[in-house]
Write a protein that binds this ligand. Structure first.
Ligand code: ZN
Length: 274
């Protein structure tokens, strides 16, 4: 529990039911990068026998057992295992869960998740795949039209900014993905983001705008640091502009700075000396 500056009590995110259809079970992998752990989402309409599990998490048999016993207690059969991306904190448990249940694994990296409607036999809800590259080159979001829910993996968090995992990730793609999310919110198709870590984002328009501002501010800082003589090297730039960041996150900050440098070079904001 934490008390914020206005005296409000903030409790830690504990997962659980967030809507009629979506339940979050937190994997036991807390860290500075994963917050209290990876969110494993179990989605199923009430009264339906089929469910999907989104991001079963790191290799952890105990967590897989908890997912299975939850589904048994709810009398749901796992029709599919969906991955928002294949990072180690999201995807490895898919193999064990799939071999225990026979449920197929869906992922962009695996080649069976493409932009547009995703039909999952045994799961009777419309799911649309939206490409959200940038955090990684395989990041996708799953849009559950029925409740305006959008499972967005590591593209945005309520509690902090995410990492653009250069060289696999790209700032240009990341900013484009923020536009895509903002567009879906704008037309009323998305009202809530179910994220890969931490609590849900219930005011996505505001959060997307904040994250965009934050990214562009960091980009301006990187560009002006280099223009003022700091070498265009991630570690040197991090020393100068990320002095407010927890030391456990410095490696992540370096990756993000490399992504910003790439963007600045490509856009001609900085000159690349090779
Ligand atoms: Zn993650």
């Amino acid at each position: 529990m934490r008390i914020d500056m206005s005296g409000r009590v903030e409790t830690a995110w504990e997962g659980g039911w967030v809507s009629e259809c979506a339940y979050c079970m937190i994997a036991p992998n807390p860290s500075p990068l994963t917050n209290v752990g990876t969110n494993t989402w179990i989605v199923s309409p009430p009264g339906s026998k089929g469910c999907v599990v989104v991001d079963p998490g790191p290799r952890d048999s105990g967590h897989v057992r908890r997912i299975l016993s939850f589904c048994r207690a709810e009398e749901k059969r796992i029709a599919g295992i969906l991955l928002t991306h294949v990072h180690l904190d999201h995807a490895p448990a898919a193999e064990e869960l799939s071999s225990l249940t026979g449920a197929p694994v869906y992922s962009h990296a695996g080649g069976n998740v493409k932009e547009g409607k995703l039909s999952i036999p045994g799961f009777d809800m419309d799911v649309e795949v939206v490409l959200l590259f940038g955090h990684s080159s395989d990041s996708v979001g799953y849009l559950i039209e029925r409740e305006g829910l959008f499972l967005t993996g590591d593209v945005l968090f309520a509690h902090s900014s995410t990492m653009v995992c250069w060289p696999d990730g790209s700032l240009e793609q990341y900013l484009a993905s923020l536009d895509v999310i903002a567009g879906l919110v704008d037309v009323g198709r998305v009202s809530r983001l179910l994220t890969g870590h931490g609590k849900t984002i219930d005011d996505p328009a505001t959060r997307v705008a904040q994250c965009r501002r934050h990214r562009l501010k960091r980009l301006r800082q990187v560009v002006s640091a280099v223009r003022s003589g700091v070498p265009a090297k991630a570690d040197r730039i991090v020393d100068v502009i990320y002095n407010d960041v927890d030391s456990a996150l410095l490696q992540a900050a370096e990756r993000s700075v490399n992504a910003q440098l790439r963007y600045a070079f490509d856009r001609g904001l900085l000159e690349e000396h090779t």
